[in-house]
Ligand binder design. Sequence first.
Ligand SMILES: Nc1nc2c(ncn2[C@@H]2O[C@H](COP(=O)(O)OP(=O)(O)OP(=O)(O)O)[C@@H](O)[C@H]2O)c(=O)[nH]1
Ligand SMILES: [Mg+2]
Length: 437
Amino acid sequence: MSRTEHPLVQPLLAGDRRAIARAITAFEVDAPAARAIAAAIAPRLGRAHVIGITGAPGAGKSTLINALLGELLARGRRIGVVAVDPSSPISGGAVLGDRVRMAEHGGHENVFVRSVASRGHLGGLSRATSRMVDVLDAAGFDTIVVETVGAGQSEVEIVRVADTRIVVCPPGLGDDIQAIKAGILEIADILVVNKGDSPLAERTARDLKDMLHLRRHRTPPVKVLVTVATTGAGVPAVVDEIAVHRGAVGVGTRLRPRGEAPSVDEAAAAARALAAERTARRFLPAPVPAGAVREVLRVGDRGVAGGQGRPWRVRALAGPPLERLRQDLAAAGYASPSEGAPAWLVFTTGEALDRTGWLDYGMFLQRVLAAARARGLGACCEGALAPFHKTVAGALGLDPTEIVVCALAIGRPDPAAAAPSAEPAPLEQFAQFHGFD
Ligand SMILES: Nc1nc2c(ncn2[C@@H]2O[C@H](COP(=O)(O)OP(=O)(O)OP(=O)(O)O)[C@@H](O)[C@H]2O)c(=O)[nH]1
Ligand SMILES: [Mg+2]
């Protein structure tokens, strides 16, 4: 590999606008230079706070961003904007529209606005957007705003890229709200009802607040704010709330291993993860953050009926303690079905379990598995560990009453080595139906 740095890198890091624009274009068209630039700026990333703004077409996202720019500039920020244009034939004018709507501050030396088409990214829009955010981050913008239309894939992208997600809702009647609820409401860290000058706005805000009650508790709690983007009314409160959220979650979400990203909608993600269940056989060396393990175990433990005891004990191992256990097990003749996992969860029980106890234990394990997968972690069940009880007990200093159940090897799965999914059995083999039509 050449050691010469790409000529765009230094000017880009110095904030040169032409260099920024050219680097973004390189990522947009996936030019050969993109890789070299990405590698050179990688160590400089993670300082910017990324705000994702999504919502229905015409909700006023671009107008709101323009108003936010004014407020953020007044607070001394340097802001980069990436507006993803769906580039459908219908909204073919959107790029121009965005430019006009953000033109007020677009020329300010502390603002850089770039519209990008959502089509034609060889490496995928999500990656391209993420890289454009990287360019702006490396160039020293402390706040980066990404606008996408809330339809299909784009909200997923915003979840990955943004530290703080704002969903902009137009005022509407009940049915519109239901449509919002079905999709993008779940991802919001802050909900903004824009077009507050409409008589329906307050009502919409109330409906949204009611809906939030049905949702899982979030920290910080999701606020519903009303704005008139065209006049700037309510915008300072949005910027205040953005600061609160930033304080709670920090910056650089897109750069963290997926396991550490804030969970979006735990239940839905867990369900999807279950459906995509594959056993991981080999793992990448990336460590699993302790916070991710804690959350996975908390999710697993949830759903226990009130008052019920917990038959499970878990030892989470990484680094040298895990290495020692592995060595002891290998010496005792244990052949692990997994390779290179950066963490193990060793499950034990301190009780003689009856049938109900084992059912509970199995369901607990399944929840842990689903939670791990929902966080982008792969898992491999070390189901044959029980006969090596003595070795494990010795290595971990288990209580004399404790019995080894199994272990889960977890980590970032090596995609090249996933176990083939099991052939689905014909339903008749295990299920009978009685009394159906
Ligand atoms: N009355 C009123 N009109 C607004 C407000 N905010 C935006 N608009 C208008 O709504 C229209 C759409 O605004 P945009 O900012 O382009 O909306 P958008 O969500 O970015 O639209 P797309 O990017 O095409 O999805 C424009 O005509 C704006 O002037 C507001 O608070 N009140
Ligand atoms: Mg727009």
